[in-house]
Design a binder for this molecule. Structure first.
Ligand code: HEM
Length: 355
């Protein structure tokens, strides 16, 4: 995980990996002009494909049966082990969970392991220790060494963790981005104007463009004030302000209490990208903005997540008008707390090539 902290693992940069997925998306939306798109179905595949690219060194076609099965298995195993299952809160309910379910989770996990094992074997044939191409190569590079830190089981669990932590969070953040652009077309116009002025439309946006896009940056930060949370478990009894938190408790950090604190933010319920701009219109960093949490256990995928949001958001606005599915469509900005993230209510939208 430490090696992955900036996800610059391998010969391809984060930017190249995200650009590969971006090109697919741009092509997909160009072909689907004026069709209704359900963002909640598309963006999980987009986000997990970037994770796939980090792990396996290449993206999958969205219809590839191996990719679909891999995602189904990841989802199934995660749901079976979720700290949010009712039987985690009320252990008595465990008597109702069937052996079949547990057995099915074990079988899915084994199937996934088998798939990853096949990929490792395939990769072994072209492996060159001097050229680390992706996460699996990192594993191959230290396989069999005496001081090796990654066992095969650790590798499987880490891959599961990456799909789990890197899919829902990024996909939900992208869905919020779309929703806010539909809801606030004036902000959408301002973002696009800034993108076209700084970059034009003959090349894809790059991470180095970030400093020239203060308003876009401010808008992304403002959208991300609607935060996501991911749980931790305590390894031992701990005391916080005299209160005992017993060993093995699942802890959630309520980031929204920081992002919506009226003593910190003026009218926190209002969508107002300008709060992240200074008097001169330059991007303004705010210490109380922490969608990736804080401290040693903050999100290890922070740089990857930020890069994905920036590159997908700017590339889509550069090419397309994001428009409501129906002119009188009402869009709620109230979220639903599902699993670990606050998701927008399902909505459809259209992408038309910029007028
Ligand atoms: C917009 C996108 C993302 C957001 C908002 C986000 C947010 C978070 C948050 C709030 C945490 C909990 C930190 C804590 O409890 O202190 C977390 C943990 C984590 N995230 Fe992310 N994340 C995003 C993308 C990603 C990506 C793309 C990956 C990797 C592929 C990733 C991997 C992880 C992992 C492995 C952890 C657990 C870290 C630990 O427990 O030490 N995240 N993330």
């Amino acid at each position: 995980m430490v090696a992955l902290k900036d996800f610059g693992v391998g010969s391809k940069s984060i930017e190249e990996r995200i650009h590969e997925e971006t090109r697919y998306l741009l092509d997909f939306f160009s072909k689907k002009q004026n069709s209704l798109i359900d963002a909640s179905k598309l963006f999980p595949k987009v986000a997990s494909n970037v994770v796939s690219n980090v792990i396996f060194g290449e993206r999958f076609d969205h219809e590839d049966p191996d990719f679909i099965r891999l995602l189904e298995n990841v989802q199934f195993v995660i749901e079976q082990n979720s700290p949010f299952r009712p039987d985690n809160f009320f252990p008595i309910l465990e008597v109702f969970s069937t052996t079949n379910q547990r057995q099915a989770a074990v079988e899915r996990f084994d199937e996934m392991k088998e798939y990853i094992r096949r990929r490792i074997d395939k990769q072994r044939q072209t492996f060159d220790p001097c050229v680390i191409r992706n996460f699996l190569d990192l594993y191959l590079a230290q396989e069999g060494k005496q001081d090796s830190k990654i066992s095969e089981n650790y590798l499987f669990l880490t891959i599961l963790d990456m799909y789990f932590a890197g899919t829902d969070t990024t996909s939900v953040a992208l869905q919020w981005c779309m929703l806010y652009m539909l809801k606030f077309p004036d902000v959408q116009l301002k973002c696009r104007a800034e993108i076209l002025e700084a970059i034009g439309d003959s090349r894809l946006p790059q991470l180095s463009d970030r400093e020239d896009l203060s308003y876009v940056n401010a808008t992304l930060h403002e959208i991300q004030r609607i935060a996501t949370t991911i749980p931790h478990a305590t390894l031992e009894d701990i005391y916080i302000e005299g209160k005992l938190i017993p060993k093995k408790s699942v802890l959630l950090c309520d980031l929204m209490s920081i992002h919506l604190d009226p003593t910190v933010w003026n009218e926190p319920e209002m969508f107002h990208p300008e709060r992240f701009l200074d008097d001169k219109g330059h991007f303004l960093k705010r210490e109380t903005f922490c969608p990736f949490s804080l401290g040693p256990r903050q999100c290890v995928g922070k740089h990857l997540g930020e890069a994905e949001l920036f590159l997908f958001f700017t590339s889509l606005l550069q090419r397309f008008d994001l428009i409501k599915a129906y002119p009188d469509q009402t869009l709620s900005t109230e979220g639903t707390q599902t699993f670990v993230t606050l998701e927008p209510r399902p909505f459809e939208m259209k992408f038309t090539i910029r007028s």
